[in-house]
Design a protein around this ligand. Sequence first.
Ligand SMILES: [Ca+2]
Length: 215
Amino acid sequence: MKLKLKLLGSIVVISIVIAMVAGYLVYQEEKEPCGRSVWYTFEDYTSHAAWEGVANEESPVFTPDKYMKKPFDFNGYENIKFSDDKLEETRSDDKTETELPLHTGYPYQLFIFKITSENVKSISVKWEGLGYFFYSIPELTGAAVYVWNKTLCNWTEIGGYSNKTGKQIITCSLTNPSDFMDNGFISILAYCKILGGGESTSHLETDYVEVKTVS
Ligand SMILES: [Ca+2]
């Protein structure tokens, strides 16, 4: 009788453990229905790359390679790898002397991320920075962020702002990642919307930029 009770007790204990493990596994399955998230930042700038330049057009019209004017240097990458109020600046008078008209245009920064995630279901982009002609006059501020859409062969604007002073954060989630991943690369363009001219320079500054993929 004692042996039977012991056996019954053991069966009950084992059943409870199995039920708990099964419950835990179901919970894990429900807890992560969206899969795995991976963040890409310029902490790793051997995989990703950034350039800066000054454009003549009010909005981007060329393919990403045309915006690869001046590569970021070490300090440039250091400034954009964290959201820490250390900003990398590009000014409208940063043009080389061979480019005319001198000191006129829209400063921009191009960020290209190499994405190694597989079966990507969505892409989120975050940019922190500012564009301005006069930092302290809201009417003279403005920037926009674009992502290269290889399907449309054009830049898709994912956000922008104007009439605000201080650092701004622009975020966007893209649910059709195949349009934006070009051979595993995503191109993001931050663009000052204020024309700089002569000695009155306009500025584009980036504090931080990141891409998150969900697979
Ligand atoms: Ca920073």
